[in-house]
Design a protein around this ligand. Structure first.
Ligand code: GLY
Length: 387
């Protein structure tokens, strides 16, 4: 979620200024659309006070989720990004009130999704306001998350479900939860959070990646020996397929790990994943991936705008560290142009979500070709990084 500042030479300033104007129009549209979403929430919540955050559109209705859902932090995070993009106090007030609704997750130790939930919401809130209340929630959440770490595996356990099948499953998505741990060390001076994040990143780098730098979704470890038992792709087309969002989490995750550690091994890993993605023969011309790069039904299968937004945001950051700066930034720009031109909802439609055409969990026949909150979150983050 870090905002990246690029220095620009005088010759770039005119171009930058033209882009900035366009950007401000895009942000204005996104604000108008999000006002629609906000106006839809009271109706969708009617009688169900535990539902706190908009997630998607299901059978034509706005679907809200409880704070325990892995996506509950994205909408508060979007509101923080609007505050950052516009400076408008109205967004700060909304962001704060939606953020507070998920505070109890700081004690929820039955899932690894703490970073998604707490860092996108409280993390952005703290970054932008330095409010000590947010800081305390971040620290407690990190303490809860590391209870899922086991030295024998060198990893944080991701899921508790499917216990009959998997002993200690770790998913590539879990890389995204490490940012919370790096922050907790900065806030407390306690290096245990940092060390666990590094151990998890190293274990994942060793076991999750194929020779071409694509990643399996799930690596399952033996709880006693810590050895790998199986490698599968639960949310993709098949175990050996390349689920698009998983590749996006890998790119973003190792870029973030390089930012936090300055270990060049992570930079190389992020570049290798980026190069695999940029040259992928199944990457469509508009650079918005199909939901799985190995679905044999391509090109007649759904896209995943959320994967595209995560890749764009990750590439903007990576372009600030890599010698391949121009290539990565150009590809991120290409994705953002496509999303902005062809994947945005008309204002007033789709219950107020910004992007359309994401795929949540195709094997479960769930959320196929829909708007989804994390697509909007990473799109706004990428807009900020572009700016
Ligand atoms: N973290 C779950 C997903 O990407 O669908």
């Amino acid at each position: 979620m870090k905002r990246i500042v690029f220095s620009v030479g005088f010759s770039s300033l005119l171009v930058f200024s033209a882009c900035t104007q366009k950007l401000s129009a895009i942000v204005k549209d996104a604000e108008r659309q999000t006002a629609v979403l906000l106006s839809e929430i009271p109706n969708a919540r009617e009688g169900k006070a535990n539902l706190v955050s908009p997630r998607t559109v299901e059978e034509g209705k706005l679907k809200l989720v409880a704070s325990g859902d892995w996506t509950s932090g994205f909408f508060p995070g979007e509101l923080w990004y609007f505050y950052e993009l516009t400076g408008d106090q109205k967004w700060k007030q909304k962001a704060d009130s939606f953020t507070r609704l998920i505070e109890k997750e700081k004690l929820n130790g039955v899932t690894h999704d703490m970073g998604f939930k707490i860092y996108c919401s409280f993390g952005n809130g703290y970054r932008l306001t330095k409010d000590p209340y947010y800081k305390e929630v971040i620290i407690q959440s990190a303490k809860t998350l590391i209870t899922r770490y086991r030295p024998v595996t060198g990893a944080i356990r991701s899921w508790d479900h499917h216990k009959e099948k998997w002993q200690f499953p770790v998913i590539i998505d879990n890389m995204m939860n490490l940012e919370l741990l790096f922050e907790a060390t900065k806030l407390t001076g306690d290096s245990s959070f940092y060390k666990i994040a590094v151990a998890h990143a190293n274990t994942t780098m060793k076991n999750h990646f194929r020779d071409n730098y694509s990643t399996w979704h799930v690596v399952e470890y033996d709880t006693i020996t810590g050895k790998v038992r199986s490698k599968v792709t639960h949310q993709g087309y098949s175990d050996e397929s390349e689920w698009a969002r998983g590749q996006a989490w890998a790119l973003y995750g190792y870029t973030m790990c390089y930012r936090e550690t300055k270990d060049p091994v992570y930079l190389r890993q992020a570049e290798n994943v980026a190069d695999y993605l940029l040259k992928h023969p199944a990457m469509p011309a508009d650079a918005v991936p199909y939901w799985d790069f190995k679905d044999p039904g391509i090109p007649s299968v759904s896209r995943d705008a959320s994967a595209a937004a995560v890749i764009a945001s990750g590439l903007y950051e990576l372009s600030g560290y890599s010698m391949q700066k121009k290539t990565y930034k150009a590809f991120a720009d290409k994705i953002m142009n496509s999303l902005t031109k062809s994947y945005r909802s008309a204002i007033g439609e789709n219950k107020g979500f910004i992007l359309i055409h994401s795929t949540g969990n195709k094997p479960a026949n769930s959320e196929i070709d829909v708007p989804i909150n994390y697509a909007d979150y990473y799109y706004l983050e990428a807009l900020l990084r572009k700016r």
